[in-house]
Design a protein around this ligand. Structure first.
Ligand SMILES: *Cc1c(COP(=O)(O)O)cnc(C)c1O
Length: 353
Protein backbone atom coordinates (compact mmCIF):
# COMPACT_ATOMS: atom_id res chain seq x y z
CA UNK A 1 0.00 0.00 0.00
CA UNK A 2 1.35 3.36 -0.93
CA UNK A 3 -0.09 6.83 -0.72
CA UNK A 4 -2.82 7.01 -3.35
CA UNK A 5 -1.90 10.32 -4.97
CA UNK A 6 -0.75 10.28 -8.59
CA UNK A 7 -0.56 12.43 -11.69
CA UNK A 8 -1.66 10.70 -14.86
CA UNK A 9 -0.46 12.11 -18.18
CA UNK A 10 -2.86 11.63 -21.10
CA UNK A 11 -0.77 11.66 -24.26
CA UNK A 12 -3.77 11.49 -26.56
CA UNK A 13 -4.93 14.79 -25.02
CA UNK A 14 -1.49 16.19 -25.80
CA UNK A 15 -1.83 15.09 -29.43
CA UNK A 16 -5.27 16.67 -29.57
CA UNK A 17 -3.86 19.94 -28.26
CA UNK A 18 -1.02 19.96 -30.80
CA UNK A 19 -3.72 19.52 -33.45
CA UNK A 20 -5.48 22.60 -32.09
CA UNK A 21 -2.21 24.53 -32.51
CA UNK A 22 -1.83 23.27 -36.09
CA UNK A 23 -5.41 24.19 -36.96
CA UNK A 24 -4.94 27.70 -35.58
CA UNK A 25 -1.55 28.41 -37.16
CA UNK A 26 0.25 27.15 -40.24
CA UNK A 27 3.64 28.19 -38.82
CA UNK A 28 6.30 25.81 -37.55
CA UNK A 29 5.69 24.72 -33.95
CA UNK A 30 8.27 25.39 -31.25
CA UNK A 31 6.76 23.40 -28.39
CA UNK A 32 7.62 25.11 -25.10
CA UNK A 33 8.84 22.48 -22.64
CA UNK A 34 10.47 24.69 -20.04
CA UNK A 35 10.00 23.90 -16.33
CA UNK A 36 10.08 20.15 -16.96
CA UNK A 37 7.39 20.58 -19.63
CA UNK A 38 5.21 22.61 -17.27
CA UNK A 39 5.61 19.87 -14.67
CA UNK A 40 4.59 17.02 -17.00
CA UNK A 41 8.06 15.48 -17.54
CA UNK A 42 10.45 16.72 -20.22
CA UNK A 43 11.30 13.48 -22.03
CA UNK A 44 7.81 12.03 -21.84
CA UNK A 45 6.32 15.18 -23.38
CA UNK A 46 9.06 15.64 -25.98
CA UNK A 47 8.61 12.03 -27.12
CA UNK A 48 4.88 12.52 -27.48
CA UNK A 49 5.43 15.80 -29.34
CA UNK A 50 8.05 14.39 -31.67
CA UNK A 51 6.02 15.83 -34.53
CA UNK A 52 6.79 19.40 -33.41
CA UNK A 53 9.48 21.21 -35.40
CA UNK A 54 11.22 22.46 -32.28
CA UNK A 55 11.46 22.47 -28.49
CA UNK A 56 12.07 25.53 -26.34
CA UNK A 57 13.42 25.43 -22.80
CA UNK A 58 15.84 27.23 -20.50
CA UNK A 59 18.58 24.97 -19.24
CA UNK A 60 21.41 23.91 -21.53
CA UNK A 61 21.63 20.60 -19.64
CA UNK A 62 18.00 19.85 -20.46
CA UNK A 63 18.70 20.74 -24.08
CA UNK A 64 21.60 18.27 -24.10
CA UNK A 65 19.35 15.66 -22.51
CA UNK A 66 17.00 16.02 -25.48
CA UNK A 67 19.84 15.77 -28.00
CA UNK A 68 21.30 12.75 -26.23
CA UNK A 69 17.85 11.14 -26.35
CA UNK A 70 17.98 11.46 -30.12
CA UNK A 71 15.80 14.48 -30.85
CA UNK A 72 16.87 16.10 -34.13
CA UNK A 73 14.55 19.11 -34.04
CA UNK A 74 15.52 22.69 -33.39
CA UNK A 75 16.16 23.08 -29.66
CA UNK A 76 15.93 26.68 -28.52
CA UNK A 77 17.36 28.11 -25.30
CA UNK A 78 14.77 30.75 -24.41
CA UNK A 79 17.15 32.85 -22.33
CA UNK A 80 20.25 31.92 -24.28
CA UNK A 81 23.53 31.15 -22.53
CA UNK A 82 24.21 32.29 -18.98
CA UNK A 83 28.01 32.01 -19.06
CA UNK A 84 30.75 32.05 -21.66
CA UNK A 85 31.43 28.36 -20.95
CA UNK A 86 28.10 27.42 -22.46
CA UNK A 87 28.87 28.86 -25.90
CA UNK A 88 30.91 25.87 -27.19
CA UNK A 89 28.10 23.54 -26.10
CA UNK A 90 25.75 25.32 -28.49
CA UNK A 91 27.82 24.27 -31.48
CA UNK A 92 28.65 20.84 -30.11
CA UNK A 93 24.99 19.95 -29.59
CA UNK A 94 23.53 22.08 -32.40
CA UNK A 95 21.45 24.15 -30.00
CA UNK A 96 19.73 27.33 -31.08
CA UNK A 97 20.14 30.25 -28.73
CA UNK A 98 18.29 33.42 -27.92
CA UNK A 99 20.55 36.44 -27.73
CA UNK A 100 18.95 39.16 -25.66
CA UNK A 101 21.73 41.35 -24.24
CA UNK A 102 25.10 42.96 -24.90
CA UNK A 103 26.89 40.60 -22.53
CA UNK A 104 25.88 37.63 -24.66
CA UNK A 105 27.15 39.46 -27.77
CA UNK A 106 30.48 39.97 -26.05
CA UNK A 107 30.67 36.27 -25.20
CA UNK A 108 29.92 35.44 -28.83
CA UNK A 109 32.70 37.78 -29.94
CA UNK A 110 35.10 35.80 -27.78
CA UNK A 111 34.09 32.54 -29.46
CA UNK A 112 36.52 31.59 -32.22
CA UNK A 113 34.45 29.16 -34.31
CA UNK A 114 33.06 29.98 -37.73
CA UNK A 115 29.58 29.48 -39.08
CA UNK A 116 28.18 27.56 -36.17
CA UNK A 117 25.27 29.07 -34.45
CA UNK A 118 21.59 29.68 -35.05
CA UNK A 119 20.59 32.76 -33.11
CA UNK A 120 17.18 34.11 -32.20
CA UNK A 121 17.55 37.82 -31.65
CA UNK A 122 15.17 38.89 -28.93
CA UNK A 123 13.61 42.30 -29.35
CA UNK A 124 12.02 44.04 -26.40
CA UNK A 125 8.85 45.39 -28.00
CA UNK A 126 7.26 46.35 -24.69
CA UNK A 127 7.38 43.42 -22.25
CA UNK A 128 10.51 44.93 -20.66
CA UNK A 129 11.81 41.65 -19.35
CA UNK A 130 14.46 40.52 -21.83
CA UNK A 131 15.62 41.76 -25.20
CA UNK A 132 17.26 44.61 -27.01
CA UNK A 133 15.54 47.98 -27.01
CA UNK A 134 14.17 49.04 -30.39
CA UNK A 135 16.91 51.68 -30.75
CA UNK A 136 19.65 49.06 -30.30
CA UNK A 137 18.30 46.62 -32.85
CA UNK A 138 19.82 47.95 -36.12
CA UNK A 139 23.34 48.00 -34.64
CA UNK A 140 22.93 44.56 -33.04
CA UNK A 141 21.69 43.22 -36.37
CA UNK A 142 24.74 44.56 -38.15
CA UNK A 143 26.99 42.88 -35.60
CA UNK A 144 25.20 39.54 -35.82
CA UNK A 145 24.82 39.49 -39.60
CA UNK A 146 28.54 39.67 -40.14
CA UNK A 147 29.48 37.58 -37.14
CA UNK A 148 31.81 34.64 -37.80
CA UNK A 149 30.10 32.50 -35.18
CA UNK A 150 26.56 33.04 -36.48
CA UNK A 151 25.03 31.03 -39.30
CA UNK A 152 21.44 32.30 -39.28
CA UNK A 153 19.20 34.69 -37.40
CA UNK A 154 15.53 34.56 -36.43
CA UNK A 155 13.79 37.63 -35.05
CA UNK A 156 11.67 37.16 -31.97
CA UNK A 157 9.65 39.02 -29.41
CA UNK A 158 7.27 38.08 -26.59
CA UNK A 159 3.89 39.63 -25.78
CA UNK A 160 2.88 40.93 -22.36
CA UNK A 161 -0.88 41.10 -22.89
CA UNK A 162 -1.83 38.62 -25.63
CA UNK A 163 -4.29 37.08 -23.16
CA UNK A 164 -5.85 40.39 -22.09
CA UNK A 165 -8.00 43.14 -23.54
CA UNK A 166 -4.93 45.25 -24.37
CA UNK A 167 -3.93 42.63 -26.96
CA UNK A 168 -0.77 42.71 -29.06
CA UNK A 169 -1.30 45.66 -31.43
CA UNK A 170 1.25 48.08 -30.04
CA UNK A 171 4.00 45.48 -29.52
CA UNK A 172 3.27 43.99 -32.93
CA UNK A 173 3.68 47.39 -34.55
CA UNK A 174 7.03 47.97 -32.83
CA UNK A 175 8.26 44.53 -33.86
CA UNK A 176 7.04 44.70 -37.45
CA UNK A 177 8.62 48.07 -37.98
CA UNK A 178 12.00 46.86 -36.69
CA UNK A 179 11.81 43.58 -38.59
CA UNK A 180 10.72 45.09 -41.90
CA UNK A 181 14.20 45.62 -43.40
CA UNK A 182 15.29 42.03 -42.77
CA UNK A 183 14.35 38.87 -44.66
CA UNK A 184 14.61 36.54 -41.73
CA UNK A 185 12.22 34.14 -39.99
CA UNK A 186 10.05 35.62 -37.21
CA UNK A 187 8.60 34.26 -34.00
CA UNK A 188 6.19 36.11 -31.75
CA UNK A 189 3.22 34.07 -30.60
CA UNK A 190 2.63 32.31 -27.29
CA UNK A 191 -0.59 30.29 -26.79
CA UNK A 192 -2.82 33.34 -26.39
CA UNK A 193 -1.49 35.00 -29.55
CA UNK A 194 -1.76 31.72 -31.49
CA UNK A 195 -5.44 31.53 -30.64
CA UNK A 196 -6.35 35.20 -30.96
CA UNK A 197 -3.93 36.97 -33.32
CA UNK A 198 -3.24 35.26 -36.66
CA UNK A 199 -1.44 38.42 -37.77
CA UNK A 200 1.21 37.62 -35.14
CA UNK A 201 1.87 33.99 -36.13
CA UNK A 202 5.06 34.63 -38.11
CA UNK A 203 7.19 31.62 -39.09
CA UNK A 204 7.45 29.89 -35.73
CA UNK A 205 4.75 29.80 -33.04
CA UNK A 206 5.67 29.03 -29.42
CA UNK A 207 2.78 27.26 -27.69
CA UNK A 208 3.17 26.35 -24.04
CA UNK A 209 0.11 26.20 -21.83
CA UNK A 210 -2.36 25.24 -24.56
CA UNK A 211 -0.38 22.09 -25.34
CA UNK A 212 -0.99 21.00 -21.76
CA UNK A 213 -4.72 21.57 -22.15
CA UNK A 214 -5.27 24.75 -20.22
CA UNK A 215 -6.72 28.02 -21.46
CA UNK A 216 -4.44 31.06 -21.70
CA UNK A 217 -7.51 33.28 -21.25
CA UNK A 218 -9.35 34.11 -18.03
CA UNK A 219 -12.68 34.41 -19.88
CA UNK A 220 -12.58 31.38 -22.21
CA UNK A 221 -12.47 27.79 -20.98
CA UNK A 222 -10.10 25.14 -22.29
CA UNK A 223 -13.11 23.15 -23.40
CA UNK A 224 -14.40 26.06 -25.49
CA UNK A 225 -11.01 26.13 -27.21
CA UNK A 226 -11.11 22.40 -27.92
CA UNK A 227 -8.25 21.71 -25.51
CA UNK A 228 -8.07 18.60 -23.32
CA UNK A 229 -6.39 18.29 -19.93
CA UNK A 230 -3.10 16.40 -20.20
CA UNK A 231 -2.47 16.00 -16.47
CA UNK A 232 -4.99 14.61 -14.01
CA UNK A 233 -3.94 14.87 -10.39
CA UNK A 234 -5.92 12.33 -8.40
CA UNK A 235 -5.92 10.78 -4.95
CA UNK A 236 -8.34 9.13 -2.56
CA UNK A 237 -10.25 9.78 0.62
CA UNK A 238 -8.28 8.21 3.42
CA UNK A 239 -10.72 9.06 6.20
CA UNK A 240 -14.37 10.07 6.55
CA UNK A 241 -16.08 11.60 9.60
CA UNK A 242 -19.16 13.41 10.90
CA UNK A 243 -18.89 16.93 12.23
CA UNK A 244 -21.35 18.34 14.74
CA UNK A 245 -22.51 21.94 14.56
CA UNK A 246 -19.66 24.13 15.80
CA UNK A 247 -16.85 21.65 15.04
CA UNK A 248 -13.90 23.07 13.09
CA UNK A 249 -11.62 21.55 10.47
CA UNK A 250 -7.86 21.68 10.15
CA UNK A 251 -5.18 24.19 11.11
CA UNK A 252 -6.38 27.54 12.29
CA UNK A 253 -9.90 26.15 12.66
CA UNK A 254 -10.75 28.39 9.71
CA UNK A 255 -13.81 26.34 8.70
CA UNK A 256 -16.51 25.75 11.29
CA UNK A 257 -19.56 23.57 10.64
CA UNK A 258 -22.91 25.39 11.01
CA UNK A 259 -24.77 22.11 11.33
CA UNK A 260 -23.82 18.46 11.41
CA UNK A 261 -22.15 17.34 8.19
CA UNK A 262 -20.01 14.62 6.66
CA UNK A 263 -16.48 15.41 5.57
CA UNK A 264 -13.58 13.48 4.08
CA UNK A 265 -9.81 13.74 4.32
CA UNK A 266 -7.89 13.56 1.02
CA UNK A 267 -4.30 12.36 0.69
CA UNK A 268 -3.06 15.52 -1.02
CA UNK A 269 -1.50 18.64 0.44
CA UNK A 270 0.73 21.53 -0.39
CA UNK A 271 3.81 19.29 -0.30
CA UNK A 272 2.30 17.60 -3.35
CA UNK A 273 1.93 20.91 -5.15
CA UNK A 274 -1.69 21.63 -4.26
CA UNK A 275 -1.92 25.37 -3.50
CA UNK A 276 -2.02 26.14 0.21
CA UNK A 277 -3.91 29.32 -0.59
CA UNK A 278 -6.89 27.43 -2.02
CA UNK A 279 -9.70 28.64 0.25
CA UNK A 280 -12.78 26.82 1.53
CA UNK A 281 -14.97 26.30 -1.51
CA UNK A 282 -12.27 25.42 -4.02
CA UNK A 283 -13.88 22.93 -6.44
CA UNK A 284 -12.82 19.27 -6.31
CA UNK A 285 -14.29 15.96 -7.54
CA UNK A 286 -15.12 13.03 -5.26
CA UNK A 287 -16.42 9.87 -6.98
CA UNK A 288 -16.81 12.00 -10.10
CA UNK A 289 -19.06 14.53 -8.37
CA UNK A 290 -18.20 18.12 -7.79
CA UNK A 291 -17.83 19.30 -4.21
CA UNK A 292 -15.65 21.77 -2.32
CA UNK A 293 -12.61 21.88 -0.10
CA UNK A 294 -12.98 22.88 3.56
CA UNK A 295 -10.56 24.81 5.74
CA UNK A 296 -6.83 25.12 5.30
CA UNK A 297 -4.78 22.84 3.08
CA UNK A 298 -2.20 20.97 5.19
CA UNK A 299 1.18 19.71 4.02
CA UNK A 300 -0.11 16.22 3.20
CA UNK A 301 -3.89 16.40 3.46
CA UNK A 302 -6.93 18.51 2.77
CA UNK A 303 -10.59 18.24 3.75
CA UNK A 304 -13.65 18.00 1.49
CA UNK A 305 -17.38 18.46 2.00
CA UNK A 306 -19.30 15.17 1.62
CA UNK A 307 -22.72 16.58 2.58
CA UNK A 308 -24.11 15.76 -0.87
CA UNK A 309 -22.11 12.53 -1.23
CA UNK A 310 -23.59 9.98 1.19
CA UNK A 311 -21.92 7.07 -0.60
CA UNK A 312 -18.39 8.48 -0.47
CA UNK A 313 -16.09 6.52 1.80
CA UNK A 314 -12.41 5.87 2.47
CA UNK A 315 -11.00 4.80 -0.89
CA UNK A 316 -13.31 7.02 -2.93
CA UNK A 317 -11.50 8.56 -5.87
CA UNK A 318 -10.71 12.28 -5.70
CA UNK A 319 -9.70 14.42 -8.68
CA UNK A 320 -7.84 17.55 -7.63
CA UNK A 321 -7.62 18.76 -11.24
CA UNK A 322 -7.58 17.41 -14.77
CA UNK A 323 -10.21 15.12 -16.25
CA UNK A 324 -13.59 16.56 -15.22
CA UNK A 325 -12.12 19.30 -13.03
CA UNK A 326 -10.41 22.04 -15.06
CA UNK A 327 -7.13 23.14 -13.51
CA UNK A 328 -8.09 26.66 -14.60
CA UNK A 329 -11.03 26.63 -12.16
CA UNK A 330 -8.89 25.40 -9.28
CA UNK A 331 -6.28 28.03 -10.09
CA UNK A 332 -8.87 30.80 -10.19
CA UNK A 333 -10.28 29.75 -6.82
CA UNK A 334 -6.75 29.79 -5.38
CA UNK A 335 -5.95 33.21 -6.83
CA UNK A 336 -3.37 31.97 -9.30
CA UNK A 337 -3.05 30.59 -12.84
CA UNK A 338 -2.88 27.04 -14.12
CA UNK A 339 0.77 27.52 -15.13
CA UNK A 340 1.79 27.83 -11.49
CA UNK A 341 -0.18 24.79 -10.34
CA UNK A 342 1.10 22.56 -13.13
CA UNK A 343 4.73 23.62 -12.68
CA UNK A 344 4.53 23.15 -8.91
CA UNK A 345 3.66 19.45 -9.01
CA UNK A 346 6.00 18.02 -6.38
CA UNK A 347 8.64 15.43 -7.20
CA UNK A 348 7.13 13.08 -4.60
CA UNK A 349 3.98 12.64 -6.70
CA UNK A 350 4.31 9.58 -8.96
CA UNK A 351 3.69 10.50 -12.60
CA UNK A 352 2.15 7.84 -14.80
CA UNK A 353 1.41 7.88 -18.51
C1 LIG B 1 6.84 30.44 -21.71
C2 LIG B 1 7.00 31.09 -23.03
C3 LIG B 1 6.12 30.81 -24.09
C4 LIG B 1 4.89 29.96 -23.92
O1 LIG B 1 3.86 30.72 -23.32
P1 LIG B 1 2.40 30.10 -23.09
O2 LIG B 1 1.62 31.23 -22.54
O3 LIG B 1 2.56 29.00 -22.09
O4 LIG B 1 1.92 29.61 -24.41
C5 LIG B 1 6.40 31.38 -25.32
N1 LIG B 1 7.48 32.18 -25.49
C6 LIG B 1 8.32 32.48 -24.49
C7 LIG B 1 9.48 33.38 -24.75
C8 LIG B 1 8.11 31.95 -23.23
O5 LIG B 1 8.95 32.26 -22.23
Amino acid sequence: MSRPIQARIDLSALHNNLRVVRLAASARVMAVVKANAYGHGLLRIAQALNDAEGFALLDVRDAITLRDAGFRQTILLLEGFFTQDEVPLLAEYQLTTVVHCQQQLAWLDAYPRKNGLSVWLKINSGMNRLGFRPGEVPAVMERLKGHRAVRDITLMTHFATADEAAGVASQLQVFNQLAAPYRMPRSLANSAAILRYPEAHGDWVRPGIMLYGSSPFADVSAQQLGLQAVETLSSELISVRELRAGDSVGYGASFRAEHSMRIGTVACGYADGYPRHAPTGTPILVDGKRTRTLGRVSMDMLAVDLSQLPDAQAGSRVVLWGDGMPVDEVARAAGTISYELLCALAPRVPVIS
